[in-house]
Design a protein around this ligand. Structure first.
Ligand SMILES: [Zn+2]
Length: 357
């Protein structure tokens, strides 16, 4: 039996160098005879997580499979070994067959209403009452997550408005939960949040419109938040491009101006916050470290910001850290990233499924 051996400080719990072995893609904590040492020194971090990423989506919409592979490799080389896909127009199941690509937890397609999201990206539910049936279809196609578009500009009112009424959301989220899936929603503004949270949604994407009341609700229910701060940086540009809708423009600029303080308040209140880049459309792939640094800037400690992109996010998505029998997904750094997050930009080794890249 050929194995690999790694020696270093194992995060999150290690306080001195320890040894790990890897056999058949799994972590072993007992010595493996004849194992080859591939790491001797440094910091071993459970594979990074991008909790909001669109493999299969590029700046001009859906991409083909070879380009999706390139996106996934770009993410992997940045240390991202687990992706929570947050809706993709491309069926990325073929990528899940490849051992060299990050693990992808697919959400299937975005669920939106006609003219209430980016064209061609999601499934457009013609009749609002058909949302539950559309959810059931995506539950069958995905890996346990459903992505709703919670709010978007309504070109009739010129405002950032919710897409769904409260009772429709309750029915739809119940269908997902009964099918064993969790639900998340794109939400920029304030108005869509109470209905989604009351319906028992599991996660909110962006969340720039969080109020003290909706933050308290999320903290009490343990509802997760993936703010995608590096994509919120695009809000002024989105506003600039919406010249026909001055009220919407003003709203987007206000949301942007308050975003750091609002996400900081959610962190302070104990809402579980995870790192997601929103790579795919307006954000290029491979930027997970930028998001970790952004989370630190709005109030997370360096260790918490790293946890939000590593062990805590992995646990949330059902993947253990570097314990006996766990997947051997490891990123190694020469220095302690908890002391200096920029260390994350230069992994000395990336191991995915026990294979060194
Ligand atoms: Zn997104």
């Amino acid at each position: 039996m050929s194995g690999l051996h790694l020696r270093g400080v194992v995060l999150p719990d290690g306080d001195g160098p320890t040894d790990l072995w890897v056999v058949n893609g799994r972590v072993r904590t007992q010595p493996v005879p004849g194992a080859r040492t591939v790491v001797d020194g440094g910091y071993l971090v459970p594979g990074l997580v991008d909790a909001h990423c669109h493999v299969g989506l590029g700046p001009h919409g859906v991409v083909d499979l070879p380009e999706a592979v390139e996106q996934a490799i770009t993410d992997r080389d940045a240390g991202t070994l687990l992706i929570r896909d947050c809706g993709s127009p491309l069926d990325t199941r073929p990528l899940q067959e490849r051992l060299d690509l990050p693990r992808i937890i697919r959400a299937g397609r975005h669920l939106a209403r006609p003219r209430r999201y980016i064209r061609y990206l999601g499934v457009e539910v013609e009749r609002e009452g058909d949302l539950a049936a559309a959810v059931a279809e995506q539950v069958a196609n995905g890996d346990g997550w459903i992505k709703l578009v919670g709010d978007w500009i309504d070109r009739d009112t010129g405002e950032l408005d919710p897409l769904w009424s409260d009772d429709v959301l309750r029915d739809a989220i119940k269908v997902a939960h009964d099918g064993g899936a969790r639900v998340t929603a794109h939400v920029f503004g304030e108005a869509a949040l109470p209905g989604l949270l009351d319906a028992g949604i599991d996660c909110i994407e962006h969340g720039t419109g969080l109020t003290d009341e909706t933050i308290a609700l999320m903290a009490a229910n343990g509802t997760a938040l993936v703010p995608t701060l590096i994509n919120v940086e695009n809000f002024p540009g989105i506003a600039d491009g919406a010249g026909k809708y001055p009220s919407y423009q003003r709203h987007m600029r206000e949301l942007y101006a308050r975003s750091g303080e609002r996400i900081g308040a959610a962190i302070e209140a104990g809402v579980p916050v995870y790192a997601g880049t929103d790579a795919g459309g307006g954000i290029r792939h491979g930027r997970i470290v930028d998001e970790v640094e952004a989370l630190h800037r709005v109030g997370m400690t360096r260790t918490d910001a790293l946890a939000a992109a590593s062990w805590r996010a992995r646990a949330w998505l059902g993947f253990p850290s570097l314990v006996e029998g766990a997947a051997a997904d490891v990123v190694v750094y020469d220095r302690d990233p908890r002391e200096d997050l920029s260390v994350l930009r230069h992994p000395s080794l990336v191991m995915l499924r026990g294979r060194v890249h």
